[in-house]
Ligand binder design. Structure first.
Ligand code: ARG
Length: 473
């Protein structure tokens, strides 16, 4: 391996252990196409501004394109000695086009380069995660419609509370994921801002054009402060915070499904294809996927805390500590992509045990609240109604029967206002159907997000297409 690209002032070779400790190529190689995309746009700007000649620009472009196609064909080997993806590519460029490669780094530092790569990469990944969230919402909506007739106990304090339509249960998760989608969309302006041109920290005396290069890369804005541009990782932290919320929702869902799949509940059964057995207990079928979804939530929270801690004591501007932003970010993206994809499949393959759910409505006095409301309709104050029904519940506990099994006479001994129409009202199966309007509301919301996604993906893909680079969301 030849000498370091920054080796001018050094007299001694780097110790191999330092080389390994400081390198990031093992994980930042996933930025390869974003790095090339950024370099192509930077080359274009340099030649547009007359900082390099058109001919030099063409040669740099050719070299970068060659590297991109070799990477696509899996023919490139990266070296730890070249530390990171940026220097690995620069070294390759030297190999393919000779000394002109040395001009690529005019008016650019690895500090604004790495920040740029992160903005480009996260922009692309936000689109793929949004796509998976919309798919999950769609699957929930489908299950909700298919199980419109299914009623189950709703819980508070994990105690049976009131009857619930299964569709209402689905709407709760569709709503949580709708907030997650809004959160991710709200990151767009910060993520889609260009740090390129900030150079090491304070720009350059060369006549560059930050706006021009930002436009080429499809950015909506350019950082106003160069110091901030190279050291800002707020957009990554905001993404990790949004990811933590997504995983928190996934984890709540998982906990519920794990509980519901127990023999004690038996409200749902997981498809065999999504479970594992025990190496010792032959009868076991374990809900590993849901358990891992719950477990991986901790890992994503860890990434958020990790980056917040890395940032909290960093003086301006770039510090090598910032290299530690990558693994938590990449790991979180992968965890989200894997988890959201598998949960869509898990949901579609879920068996809903309608009869067990229905049977569970028989115990727990789930109709006590509507009974009290019935009495309110008949003229009682709610507190009074609450008291009357409470007394009836106490008698039923003693008699080991449900409220609806009391005779009208028995009921009237507690309150004269009770009439025969009570039985229809307090039937646990008599709860309102999900209105078509609710379903329509969610369907339209999902459709709007799909349109937003299609429009953004199209415009981003165009940028990669134009540069001849693969757009792999
Ligand atoms: N690999 C580095 C990172 O990920 C790139 C920037 C390095 N800049 C520097 N001046 N050492 O942060």
């Amino acid at each position: 391996m030849s000498k370091k690209l920054w080796g001018g002032r050094f007299k001694k070779k780097m110790h191999p252990i330092v080389e390994r400790y400081t390198a990031s190529i093992m994980f930042d190689k996933v930025l390869v196409f974003e790095d090339i995309l950024g370099s192509l746009a930077h080359t274009n700007m340099l030649s547009h501004c007359g900082i390099i000649t058109k001919k030099e620009g063409e040669l740099l472009k050719k070299g970068l394109e060659k590297i991109a196609s070799l990477v696509s064909e899996n023919k490139i080997k990266f070296f730890i000695e070249d530390e990171d993806i940026h220097m690995n590519i620069e070294r390759l460029l030297h190999k393919y086009i000779g000394p002109t490669a040395g001009k690529l780094h005019t008016a650019r530092s690895r500090n604004d380069q790495v920040a740029l790569d992160l903005h480009l990469y996260l922009r692309k990944k936000i689109l793929s995660i949004l796509d998976l969230l919309v798919l999950l919402q769609n699957n929930f909506l489908k299950i909700a419609e298919e199980n419109e007739d299914v009623i189950l106990p709703g819980y508070t304090h994990l105690q049976r509370a009131q009857p619930l339509r299964f569709s209402q249960y689905c709407f709760a998760y569709i709503s949580m994921f709708a907030r997650d989608i809004e959160n991710l969309k709200s990151l767009w302006p910060a993520v889609n801002t260009s740090p390129l041109g900030a150079c090491a920290l304070s720009g350059t005396i060369l006549p560059t054009n930050k706006e021009y290069v930002a436009k080429l890369l499809g950015f909506d804005a350019v950082y106003a402060s160069s110091l901030d541009a190279v050291s800002d990782r707020d957009f990554v932290i905001s993404f990790l915070a949004a990811a933590s919320l997504i995983m928190m929702h996934i984890s709540r869902l998982s906990e519920e499904w794990i509980l519901w799949s127990t023999q004690e509940f038996n409200f749902i059964s997981f498809d065999d294809a999504f479970c594992t057995g025990s190496s010792m207990m032959p009868q076991k079928k374990n809900p590993d996927v849901a358990e891992l979804g719950r477990g991986k939530t901790g890992r994503v929270y860890g990434s958020l805390i990790s980056l917040l801690s890395i940032m909290k004591s960093l003086p301006l501007a770039y510090n090598k500590d910032l290299q530690e932003d990558k693994e938590p970010l990449f790991d979180t993206i992968k965890t989200l992509e894997d988890t959201l994809s598998i949960y869509s499949l898990l949901l579609s393959s879920l068996k809903i045990n309608k009869e067990t759910m229905k049977k569970a409505l028989e115990k727990g006095f789930l109709n006590a609240t509507v009974f009290a409301e019935y009495l309110v309709k008949k003229g009682l104050a709610f507190r009074q109604a609450h008291e009357v029904v409470g007394q009836m519940v106490a008698v039923c506990i003693h008699k080991e029967c449900a409220l609806e099994l009391l005779t009208l006479k028995e009921m009237q001994s507690f309150c004269k206002l009770i009439k025969n129409d009570v039985y229809r009202v307090i039937s646990p199966l008599c709860i309102e159907k999900t209105s078509k309007r609710t379903i329509q509301f969610y369907r339209e919301k999902i459709k709007k997000n799909q349109q937003w996604l299609t429009q953004k993906s199209k415009s981003i893909k165009k940028i990669y297409d134009h540069a001849g680079l693969p757009f792999i969301p």
